[in-house]
Design a protein around this ligand. Structure first.
Ligand code: HEC
Length: 491
């Protein structure tokens, strides 16, 4: 084998000399000439050329034999190889490869590459490879993700479909952080993934060096350096000489395949790609079909124990207990302590919920008209009521309480009607409504208005009642409400 290879090298060398003459320094001209040559050899397919090609595929020894096999006198011997791609040099050790790479770089070559079975330390430096720009590109991708994520949320929440949720701002940075973070990661990852492919010029299913048998050693014990003929310093003899001096054990020229079809992806590979893509879509198609169609068969339970859990719903029958009920009711002797978020101490006995005036606005079966004893009227409490009102009530009732909040207005604009009650108009009924009933409306809602008991603590609800009263007073004021000594200022 080794001797065969040697033969082949020298023979190819010779062939190449002829070729090198035929290929002038002017690159475009060279291309032209080669193309013509390729065509000639393609046209004469009944020649041994075809056999030569096949031999190449079959294995090293054979192709070497083929080369011997009477081609020597064949004029087309060289052109059957196709255009010169470059030279491939083999080195004994990784160290030798690094040294040679440095020499080749120092000689001014740029179009060359090293091939080794494992990463060789220091090779990038020796070859003069610069740091990749991928991190910068990934940073830009990630940053675009951050900005894009934030913009997306602004556009949806504050511009395209603004929605008032309890008076919260439509767009605020803190709420945007998680999604902007996610889009950052997503964009950065996609940039990394596709950047890797693009910068490495992948996918590449074909390479001229694959045509050399020697090159297969690269995956095992071969340390190779290839210089491309398109390098402006390339000259077959001198480049070969340089590599030999740099310690190469073998230097071998590499040629492109004369058949242009060898450079394109084979048809069957396209077939495989299309077939696997289609097959990969089948599960999704099945899921889609299952979701979109009806069946009389019960569906599959992939996690049966999650779909059928042994548990009792609150008002269902349950044999384990003597009374046959799942609901155990209130445990005797327990009392409610305080409402969450309360400003009063939780051990205060006034928080026992039997105090209906405070908790329900009812005393002796009637709405209370005054205030429960727990509520001390103060400016601070009215201010608290104003603040809570503006969070929870203004979206519908408006800041002035007249019912023109943003939600009602939007419904109107969209052609519907959902007016919130005018809370301050003396004729609308709320002004004369007992405090207890107003408290109850806030707690439990009224008709289409939902209750706020779960969101607003009891004393805040009373604070809102007081603020509604203040709103009503301010908008239904008469001259009698103005202190006598200041009435003069009104005119
Ligand atoms: C999501 C919109 C919305 C919010 C928020 C809202 N309301 Fe209302 N409210 C309504 C609508 C609508 C009505 C009229 C309901 C009806 O008649 O069907 C109403 C009615 C009322 C009434 C009259 C009840 C009756 O018996 O006539 C009062 C009082 C009232 N709201 C107080 C409040 C207070 C106080 C708040 C803040 C805690 C509040 N609402 C928050 C929509 C809202």
């Amino acid at each position: 084998m080794a001797s065969n290879e040697d033969d082949k090298t020298t023979e190819a060398d010779e062939a190449l000399k002829g070729e090198a003459k035929a290929a002038p320094a002017d690159a475009s001209d060279a291309d032209h000439d080669e193309d013509a040559e390729v065509e000639t050899s393609g046209g004469s397919a009944d020649h041994d050329d075809a056999g030569d090609d096949a031999g190449d595929d079959e294995g090293g020894d054979e192709s070497a034999d083929d080369d011997h096999g009477g081609h020597d006198d064949d004029d087309h011997g060289a052109s059957a190889q196709g255009e010169l791609y470059g030279v491939l040099a083999e080195f004994d050790t990784p160290g030798g490869l690094v040294k040679a790479a440095r020499k080749v770089k120092d000689a001014g070559y740029t179009e060359f590459d090293c091939y080794s079975p494992f990463p060789v330390h220091g090779i990038d430096d020796a070859m003069g490879i610069k740091r990749t720009v991928l991190p910068i590109v990934v940073f830009c991708g990630g940053f675009a993700g951050t900005v894009g994520g934030a913009f997306l949320q602004w556009w949806m929440n504050a511009y395209n479909w603004p929605w008032n949720v309890s008076g919260k701002p439509a767009w605020s940075i803190p709420a945007n952080v998680p999604i902007a973070f996610e889009t950052t990661i997503l964009a950065a990852v996609l940039t990394t993934f596709f950047g890797m492919w693009i910068f490495n010029k992948l996918p590449q299913v074909w390479h001229p060096l694959f045509r050399l048998d020697r090159f297969t050693k690269v995956t095992d014990d071969g340390f190779m350096l290839g210089i491309e003929a398109r390098d402006r310093r390339f000259d077959l003899d001198r480049t070969t000489e340089l590599l030999k001096k740099a310690g190469a054990t073998e230097v071998e020229p590499a040629f492109l395949d004369p058949d242009p079809a060898a450079k394109v992806m084979p048809r069957w590979l396209w077939g495989v790609i299309i077939a696997t893509t289609v097959m990969a879509l089948i599960p999704f198609a099945l899921i889609f079909k299952a979701r979109a169609s009806k069946s009389s068969q019960p569906h599959w339970h992939i996690f049966g124990d999650m779909d059928f859990q042994p548990r009792a719903k609150s008002d269902s029958a349950f044999d384990e207990f003597p009374d046959g009920r799942a609901n155990r009711g209130e445990i005797a002797g327990t009392v409610a302590t305080c409402s969450s978020g309360s400003s009063l101490p939780c051990d205060d006995d006034r928080y026992v919920k039997s105090d209906t005036a405070f908790y329900q606005g009812i005393e002796a079966g009637q709405w209370i008209t005054g205030l429960p004893r727990q509520i001390d009227v103060s400016e601070a409490l009215v201010a608290r009521g104003k603040q809570r009102f503006e969070i929870y009530c203004t979206p519908c009732h408006g800041y002035d309480g007249q019912g023109a909040g943003i939600v009602s207005e939007r419904v109107k604009k969209l052609g519907g009607a959902w007016p919130a009650r005018n809370l301050v108009d003396a004729k609308a009924g709320v002004v004369t409504m007992p405090n207890g009933q107003l408290f109850n409306t806030i707690s439990n809602g009224f008709n289409t208005m939902q209750g706020y008991a779960s969101q607003i603590p009891v004393d805040d609800r009373w604070a809102i009642v007081m603020y509604v009263r203040a709103l009503e007073r301010s908008q239904n004021a008469t001259l009698d409400d103005v202190p006598a000594d200041r009435r003069g200022e009104l005119r």
